[in-house]
Ligand binder design. Structure first.
Ligand code: DON
Length: 588
């Protein structure tokens, strides 16, 4: 786990299922760069609006917008753009994401899909035979960016600010700079080998050939200028205009450092792909768990369907413990793999039906189901248990810890849960020369193939299947929770585990986020954090589970609505250096 300098604010100590938040006594007075860390708190409670992100500058950007009278959508866009500055290896204007939004006035949940798309020239075989690691750093893996179109659509439909106004806090942070923390330093270090092979990236992130030092100030005036122009010119500057042309040129001819031996494959993106891009409003997924209505992202994300199916399976079981949590997740992932992708006819209603969940739940017994479990048959006709033989083992997909999730609520009761990503830590590693931002490598989320019948093969204009699962929960029509996480396909299990922790294991939301995690994604081994292995290892091993260490799973954020207008904003106390929760006012 990476701590940010010496001022990690809180450590979670687990005793059984209860979590104690321990604040170390303040040491010496703050030095340069430490002031920010001292302001960073993982939990805040109050009124008039709230935000939680992984980063203090981004949370402050959102809070400033809320204080000036902006609403939750305005603040979410401001925070996301600021994360493009301070968390540029996880988020940015050339990435994509998903917003789940509760509109308080109309008491309705909406979603906005800003997922990247494949260029028109992409075919099901376009990624076949390409080593995954080569695709990671390539023009070929860059999807048509969705974030800017998503910001514009979100602001137009539900916001009050113009794009230019919403970008102001990010421009300010990019111009004045932010303090380099241990996480930023370490993420740059882990990318240094490829960053140095790309001239524009080395220039920005390895200035003078060195890693940015912890405690130093990192400025990105080129990104400030890009945001400024974007605000003035609007999204069409990217979607078919000059900025778009520069993105296409970079994708087609990545700026490889002379003398580098790295093969950086060119991409297929054309300006017409950018001009054709649209962010899309989609109906959310919905399941009811106990009395809670859980809303999530529909396909091509698998977030809403997989979290939802697993909750339905748990609800069909007589008891819910950690064994059942892992088994429900295993079965839901089997179905995700077979049925979910950006294709017509995903059997979403059936995947989220009670009948299908009951049929799947009856496979859960005293001992772990051998993994990988076979998918079920969501055909609408459900009877007694259908025994399913295990499938042959497929390789476990590699999942990075990055991407980011933020939550915002405003004084009117509107709520945003927002996942934003450029896929790998550092995206495809290629900065658009002179523009200050990295390109995404989201198209590595496609199945590379050959894989006949796989719903997630690449195709023209297709959106790669995602695991992002921004989630909003209503109870009796009122917001109760908002939650989400980074972490590739572990996002699904992190969101599920937080909900199970909150509802079935009796934890508070801060405890539910801090508690050690495990992730079962229909693989023979269940990855788990050390605290989880220590607590549950013997019990689960005796029931046929095999646990393997994953040092850190999912730096999540969440909100809980406590009644009477009081909101609890929650970020991580420790993971990824700890996040930042802020509220507009401590008092009504
Ligand atoms: O959409 C997804 O599910 C991923 N591209 C998100 C990326 C992520 O969380 C980092 N890990 N690979």
């Amino acid at each position: 786990m990476i701590g940010r300098g010496s001022a990690v604010l809180a450590a979670a100590i687990l005793a059984g299922s209860s979590v104690l938040l321990v604040r170390p006594a303040a040491a010496a007075p703050p030095g340069p760069g430490q002031q920010q860390q001292q302001e960073k708190r993982p939990v805040a409670e109050g009124y008039g609006g709230a935000v939680a992100t992984v980063d203090l500058d981004a949370s402050k950007a959102a809070l400033g917008v809320l204080r000036r009278g902006g609403n939750a959508i305005d603040a979410a866009v401001a925070a996301a753009a600021t994360l493009g500055v301070t968390e540029p290896y996880s988020a940015g204007l050339a990435g994509g994401g998903y917003i789940v939004y509760y509109d308080a006035r109309h008491r309705r949940v909406h979603t906005i899909d800003g997922r990247e798309t494949a260029p028109k020239a992409m075919r099901p075989t376009s990624l076949e035979g390409i080593p995954f690691d080569d695709a990671v750093t390539s023009g070929l893996s860059a999807g048509v960016p969705g974030s800017v179109a998503q910001w514009e659509l979100a602001l137009r439909r539900f916001g009050t600010l113009s794009l230019g106004e919403a970008l102001k806090p990010a421009i300010e942070v990019a111009s004045r700079g932010f303090t380099v923390d241990q996480t930023f330093h370490d993420q740059t270090a882990s990318n240094a080998a490829r960053f140095k092979d790309l001239t524009s990236t080395a220039k920005l992130y390895l200035p003078g050939g060195a890693l940015p030092a912890v405690g130093s100030t990192f400025r990105n005036p080129e990104l400030a200028d890009t945001y400024r122009q974007l605000g003035r010119r609007g999204g069409s500057w990217l979607y078919g205009g000059r900025l778009g042309a520069e993105i296409v040129a970079t994708v087609k001819r990545p700026p490889v450092t002379p003398g580098s031996t790295r093969t950086v494959r060119p991409g297929l993106m054309e300006l017409s792909d950018l001009a054709a891009y649209r962010a899309v409003e989609r109906a959310p997924t919905r399941v009811t768990y106990e009395d809670n209505d859980v809303y999530g992202m529909p396909p091509a994300s698998s977030g809403g369907s997989t979290v939802g199916e697993a909750l339905n399976i748990l609800q069909a079981l007589p008891r819910v413990g950690v064994h059942e949590y892992l088994e429900a997740s295993k079965l839901a992932f089997a179905d995700r793999g077979k049925y979910v992708g950006d294709i017509p006819g995903v059997p979403l209603r059936q995947l989220l039906s009670e009948g299908f969940a009951k049929e799947r739940a009856c496979l859960v017994g005293e001992r772990a189901i051998p993994a990988p479990a076979a998918p079920g048959d969501p055909d609408g006709s459900y009877g007694p248990c259908r025994a399913v033989p295990p499938e042959s083992q497929k390789p476990t997909p590699a999942e990075g810890p990055e991407t980011t999730h933020l939550v915002v609520a405003d004084r009117w009761g509107n709520v945003v849960a927002y996942n934003i990503t450029i896929e790998s830590t550092g995206g495809n590693g290629i900065v658009v020369p002179g523009r200050g931002f990295l390109l995404n490598n989201e198209l590595t989320d496609f199945t590379f193939g050959p894989a006949p019948g796989d719903p997630n093969l690449p195709g023209p204009g297709k959106r790669p299947r995602s695991s992002m699962a921004p989630t909003i929960v209503l109870k009796n029509g009122e917001p109760l929770l908002a939650v989400g996480s980074p972490g590739g396909s572990t996002i699904i299990t992190t969101v599920l585990q937080i909900l199970v922790n909150r509802w079935d294991f009796g934890m508070t939301l801060p405890q539910a986020l801090a508690a050690p995690r495990a992730t079962q994604r229909n693989t023979a081994q269940t990855q788990a954090e050390q605290g989880f292995i220590d607590r549950y290892g013997p019990e689960l091993t005796a029931r046929g589970h095999s646990l393997v260490l994953n040092p850190e799973i999912g730096a999540a954020t969440g909100l809980e609505f406590l009644g009477g207008g009081r909101v609890q904003a929650v970020a991580e106390p420790v993971r990824r250096g700890g996040g930042s929760a802020l509220v507009v006012s401590g008092h009504r």
